[in-house]
Design a protein around this ligand. Sequence first.
Ligand SMILES: O=C(O)CCC(=O)C(=O)O
Length: 274
Amino acid sequence: MNTMLDDHVICHGITERYAATTETEACVEEILTRGYTVVPGSLDAKTIALASECSDRSYGMQCELLGGEQNLARINDANIARAPCAEFDVFIEIAMDPKVHEVARALLGKNFILYSQNAIINVPTTNHYQFSWHRDLNYQHWTSSRCLALSALLCIDPFDDVTGGTYVLPATHKVEKFPSDRYVLNNQLCIHAQPGDWILFDSMLFHRTGMNSSANKRRAVNHIIVPPFMAQQYDFLNMIGDRLTTDEERLFFGQGRSVAPSATEWRQTRINRL
Ligand SMILES: O=C(O)CCC(=O)C(=O)O
């Protein structure tokens, strides 16, 4: 028997295992097992640079619309651009990255929609509400055998110990309760990534934004992707329906998912489809 274990895997008493023969399968295995993975995206440097500029501009526009940044600070919502796709098309392109959709399809099945899209602007030495541990499906303290939602965080700037990567507690998507302080401090780890990478994670994984002690902003765009039985956080179709150009975009942003005004209209819609 070969006992050199560092570069190959031997096992016994095992009849079932993952194969991970494709990139997508490898991502899925990591998300199902430890709760997260990091993959290079499909977007070029020019698109990432545009997303960087547009995150800041979108946030500025939203502050103005809501009566100033101080009002967002009062609701713990400073330095987040919510649904930035409403202001800039580049965020529609980002939300449609085929690499992310392939993983979403493998985890959630053929039908999935966008629950939310938020740009997180991590300003040096400035508090951010996302510094606190949370699940993206807030207030939920139960687990499911299948992945219920996929979070897809596009890194716009470098993610490391100095800029404040994303901190995670591996495998906690499979544990109901939030762990003790002692467990958190011994087991938290900081994900490092490059601009253009996606951090993909089970939305039930406990995570937080890391404190930024660099000299520059650290930006990211988070997407929560869910099966269509879950209601969206924002009515994307209402906001950007007229700017969507393909059926795939329209379905992903929620076409056909609004609540039926009555049981008769619910039936009529189905009859009209025949
Ligand atoms: O900014 C990050 O690193 C994580 C963002 C986050 O926690 C969130 O959007 O829920």
